[in-house]
Design a protein around this ligand. Sequence first.
Ligand code: IMP
Ligand code: MG
Length: 177
Amino acid sequence: MNRKNLDVIISAEEISHKVTGLADEISRDYKEKNLLLVCVLKGAIIFTGDLMRRLKVPLEIDFMAVSSYGADTASSGVVRIMKDLDRSIKGKDVLIVEDVIDTGLTLSYLHANLLSRNPASLKVVTLLDKPDRRRVVFEADYCGFKIPDKFVVGYGLDYGEHYRQLADICIFRNDAG
Ligand code: IMP
Ligand code: MG
């Protein structure tokens, strides 16, 4: 793999340490609850896998895939559900697991959508947050790292479907322009 355009900003060791901390916090908060992790495909798969193995409470997992509509309507915050959950979330303590919050449009849509399905509770954990890019107000309940306004890849995050398998999170420099 060509790593010429990649600069590590968060190492695998730092990620691992952070995920352990998040899992401890979530385990404390979800004692005696009906935890259902909703992994947002595809970027959150590695984070979800690492997080769930460190959680000390019983849990279930389900998956959603969403994609933004074309450039024109992206500003409306309308996202399309490409794959919906397999089961009802009514009465469950749902925790959305996301890779990165950027403009906030995806998660504000997803949050409102899942809230309308009457879960017992609904929270969000994101590994990364780019607060400078926000176009709508949205705060995660649990956040791994706040990062600057740079495009990053690795640990599940992609550029054109590539680089998801990198163990570190890296800034991607598109030198081609
Ligand atoms: P938002 O709706 O702008 O918050 O978009 C969030 C989604 O955009 C994430 O789930 C990612 O799929 C994608 N995304 C945002 N920033 C990055 C990045 O730096 N690298 C890879 N994907 C990103
Ligand atoms: Mg994503």
